[in-house]
Design a protein around this ligand. Structure first.
Ligand SMILES: [Zn+2]
Length: 93
């Protein structure tokens, strides 16, 4: 995924995250609907290692597409937290 910036004449810059190479030349501003052209900006390429960039991408994606889990992840080398009976009253998916 890459972030592309468009310039709305009314609202200013608008960011759009789409796969690389699929960004349209213009988009309708999500606020006012005015046709907004794409701006040429400096690429924000990650220079970190692949593992670190995967963590950053996953973290950013979790803002709009959170993973659904049924339990807390276990940390290696640490015992599981003691069971709290109050968790029985929490809603289940
Ligand atoms: Zn606008």
């Amino acid at each position: 995924m890459a972030t592309y910036t468009y310039r709305c004449a009314v609202d200013g810059p608008v960011d759009l995250r789409v796969p690389i190479g699929t960004a349209p030349v213009t988009i309708a501003c999500p606020t006012c609907g005015v046709l907004s052209p794409r701006m040429i900006t400096a690429p924000m390429l990650g220079l970190a290692d692949r593992g670190r960039m995967a963590v950053i991408d996953r973290s950013e994606r979790s803002r709009t597409e959170p993973d659904v889990v049924s339990s807390l992840p276990r940390r290696p080398g640490r015992p599981a937290a003691p069971f709290d009976p109050r968790t029985r009253t929490l809603p289940r998916p």
